[in-house]
Design a protein around this ligand. Structure first.
Ligand code: SF4
Ligand code: SF4
Length: 314
């Protein structure tokens, strides 16, 4: 537990935030504000927030808004921008994310993604919907990226929400030092805990990290008093949608006891594809098919057949 001086420092903490999504209904119970923090140690190729992977601010583009004024090309110290027939073109390999183009662009065709914010600035935004939280049983969810990359900032946000009587949830990959996670959980009521694959080698091959730490942390998390856990399983065709893989997940979840309330299946979709090109990245799952509704329902019933609660989320 932190000392009084450390607590004061925590409340001076600033974090890199890339979105505060008000009126969210998919990140915990009721109506919520989800605070998205930058930085993630995993590299899941289906990631819905590709702008969350890098810890520091970057640029995000909307070509359709470009008026070809060339101000960005003139200010770019890396000479990464040129103006062609179709508008502004960025050579992403040259960009060092200085953000100068975003600052000068008059039409918001280039904007910064990610901004340093204080705890009070974030909480001022979150507190605007306190009435909705009270009436709907909602609150604040801290998400990412992986919010534990900025764990001190996450901790400070959750502490402040607790002080204001706002319900707190943490959306995590579980890939973090246990000491940091344990401290953050002291101010969390609900954990949305991702489990992407039960086989460690396969997990590492696709996400870049193995799953041992994630599973160990989950086994410790469910022992913390006063917590509820919802397991989240993104369902990706050809990666983790087999009956055997889902049954192994269910068998593991059954060992965790009543702290786990349900498994939420999150079928892969391609809504994020445009964000990849907008941030200079290649979308690796362009050709991966999405699952049919029938297949998703089949998998949901498989979870139910193990005596576990299951729903389909987004
Ligand atoms: S953010 Fe990248 S493209 Fe924009 S001015 Fe800086 S180096 Fe150039
Ligand atoms: S500053 Fe903005 S509007 Fe002007 S050319 Fe660059 S991207 Fe287009």
């Amino acid at each position: 537990m932190e000392t009084g001086k450390e607590r004061e420092n925590l409340h001076n903490e600033r974090g890199v935030v890339f979105n505060i999504q008000r009126f969210s209904i998919h990140d915990g119970p009721g109506i919520r504000s989800t605070v998205f923090l930058k930085g993630c140690p995993l590299h899941c190729p289906w990631c819905q927030n590709p702008e969350s992977i890098r810890l520091l601010p970057e640029i995000i583009t909307r070509n359709i808004k470009c008026i070809k004024c060339a101000k960005c090309a003139g200010i770019c110290p890396q000479r990464a921008i040129s103006i062609g027939e179709e508008g502004r073109v960025i050579e992403w390999g040259k960009c060092n994310y200085c953000l100068k183009c975003a600052e000068i662009c008059p039409s918001k065709s280039i904007e910064a993604s990610g901004e340093y914010k204080s705890v009070d600035e974030v909480m001022e935004e979150v507190a605007k919907d306190s009435n909705f939280y009270r009436r709907s049983g909602g609150g604040m969810t801290v998400s990412g990226g992986e919010p534990l990359v900025q764990w001190r900032f996450t901790l400070a946000l959750l502490q402040k929400a607790r002080q204001k009587g706002i319900h707190t949830a943490l959306d995590t990959t579980g890939y973090a030092d246990w000491e940091a996670l344990a401290e953050v959980l002291n101010y969390t009521k609900l954990v949305l805990y991702d489990l992407k694959h039960m086989d460690s080698a396969r997990h590492k091959e696709v996400t870049g990290v193995s799953n041992e730490l994630i599973l160990e942390n989950l086994e410790k998390t469910v022992k913390k008093p006063g917590l509820k856990v919802w397991i989240r399983r993104p369902i990706i065709l050809g990666f983790n949608d087999s009956k055997d893989e889902l049954e192994e997940l269910c068998r593991f979840v059954l060992t965790l006891g009543p702290t786990v309330e349900k498994i939420s299946l999150l079928p892969f979709h391609k809504f994020a594809e445009l964000k990849y090109t907008a941030t200079g990245k290649v979308y690796p799952y362009h050709d991966v098919p999405i699952l049919s509704d029938e297949r998703v329902e089949e998998l949901r019933r498989l979870v139910l057949s193990h005596g576990l609660k299951a729903d389909v989320g987004k």
